[in-house]
Design a binder for this molecule. Structure first.
Ligand code: PLP
Length: 463
């Protein structure tokens, strides 16, 4: 039953040179990819894999979408980069279209290059608007890797180890995640009446300076374990923000556009934030992220704390044109609806897989973004990182490329994946689970090259 990879000498040589020349996180087996088409990526030996993470959750249209390829070609001939002190038609149209998809008055966009930067802009906005200083975040939230957002990131692992005072001091990771599968206050929904939020407000009272500028939250906490809040949680979080006269910031990096079966993840809930940040899927893989807010807030913060934020690359013509085209296609091809429909198909199949395997403790998610919570057994729900890693590795052997962080395995294929492809990929995933349960792979050292990687000196990053 054991199965191994057979890489060409060229492939092995590239892996070795990558290790020597490029600093980066590499997961076993350290496959080098050469091309992609639709939902499939191909390594340098010509082996195909389903891309079940859409790159870094950034390709709703999959790889090499013909219309995006055409846009890239046309725009490359026209204009790629310009001074960020001037604008271009594509950035303007992209901002307008993003504003048109957002509810309420969220119409002004401050572009950025990374999601981390977009969240830092949001934090500057909150501080500038309120004149206060504390930023409160949800435990198990992830908001990026630059130092200020690292300070409000609490997904565990070693990513903050050793950073000490480099992280922004005025913050409080005070809000308990509405993690019903492993409830932080040991109650059960709905009988709990969302006690976790009541306790969180007590924590805010005691942990903060009581001068709270903003509350930042992922509407669905993906890296922290695909925590889908109960329906009253986000509206009540907004009430808390209002009570404390703080801005409510939603980090939609992992969720928009269309991924969860709504254009924006927070649209599953009856709530509109003051500021929303975006990247990944809205970037179409071209490093264009941003922060949207209302005219009232934009007017109040302009000219303060370095706002509006700029830099060398935000809103460059090439990424703006590609992101614009991608969003137009998402809307035209009704990919929000497709995500909801295919999400139901995936969920039924994953629930069946869960019922057949003791190591799959839970399946969580919305639309075409689902996650397996891998455990030692269903009763204790103890996270089993090693099993999750083995499943990921075996899935690669089966031609399915997945992101797994800790005991959480993400199912996040491009929204254009065919139903038969999805079914095939999930069938292969179950084969991988069986092989992992049988103890395979044997003799693979995951310690320095997987989500099990630790180390005194090495800080582990998750995305
Ligand atoms: C929810 C969330 N916010 C922010 C970020 C940071 O985005 P970036 O890596 O583009 O800086 C990430 C990255 O994975 C994320 O998942």
């Amino acid at each position: 039953m054991d199965k191994t990879f057979h890489f060409s000498n060229r492939h092995l040589d590239l892996m070795a040179r990558d290790g020597e020349a490029v600093m980066g996180w590499r997961y076993q087996p350290k496959v080098i990819f050469a091309k992609g088409k639709g939902a499939v990526i191909t390594d340098v030996d010509g082996n195909d894999y389903y891309d079940m993470s859409s790159g870094m959750m950034s390709l709703p249209l999959g790889h090499s979408h013909p219309e995006l390829t055409e846009t890239i070609r046309e725009q490359a001939e026209r204009m790629v980069h310009e001074s960020s002190w001037y604008s271009n038609p594509w950035a303007i149209e992209l901002a307008e279209l993003i504003g048109a998809t957002l509810p309420g008055d969220l119409k002004l966009v401050n572009f950025a290059v990374t999601g981390s930067e977009a969240n830092e802009i949001a934090m500057r906005m909150a501080i500038a608007k309120t004149g206060k200083f504390d930023i409160v975040s949800v435990i198990r939230g992830l908001h990026g890797g630059s130092l200020a957002v690292e300070a409000v990131t609490t997904v565990g692992g070693h990513r903050r180890t050793g950073l000490g005072p480099l992280m922004m001091p005025a913050k409080a990771n005070a809000i308990l995640a509405p993690f019903c599968y492993r409830c932080p206050v040991n109650l059960e929904y709905p009988g709990c009446k969302v006690k976790c939020l009541e306790t969180s407000e007590e924590l805010m009272e005691h942990l903060t300076t009581k001068e709270i500028a903003g509350i930042i939250a992922e509407p669905i906490l993906v890296p922290g374990g695909m925590i889908v809040p109960p329906k009253e949680w986000l509206p009540r979080l907004k009430e808390i923000a209002r009570r404390w006269q703080a801005l409510l910031i939603f980090d939609e990096m992992q969720l928009a556009p269309a991924r969860t079966g709504k254009m924006w993840g927070f649209q599953h809930y009856d709530v509109v934030p003051d500021v929303v940040t975006f990247g990944k899927g809205l970037s179409a893989g071209f490093a264009i992220c941003g922060t949207a807010t209302t005219k009232e807030i934009a007017d109040a913060v302009t000219g303060h704390l370095g706002l509006p934020w700029s830099g060398t690359y935000p809103a460059d013509p090439l990424p703006a044109a590609v992101a614009l085209k991608s969003l137009q296609i998402v809307l035209r091809d009704k990919l929000t609806e497709r995500s909801a429909t295919l999400g139901d198909v995936a969920r039924r199949r994953l629930d069946q897989i869960k019922s057949r395997h003791e190591c799959v403790g839970d399946v969580r998610g919305l639309g075409l973004y689902q996650m397996l919570d891998v455990v030692t057994d269903k009763k204790t729900k103890k996270p089993d990182y090693a099993m999750a890693e083995r499943i990921r590795y075996n899935a690669m052997l089966e031609g399915v490329c997945l992101i797994c962080v800790k005991n959480f395995i993400r199912i996040c294929p491009p929204l254009i994946i065919g139903e038969a492809e999805l079914d095939d990929a999930l069938g292969r995933l179950e084969t991988a689970i069986k092989r992992a349960e049988a103890g395979h792979p044997k003799g693979v050292d995951f310690a320095s090259s997987s989500s099990l990687a630790t180390g005194e000196k090495k800080a582990r990053k998750t995305a």
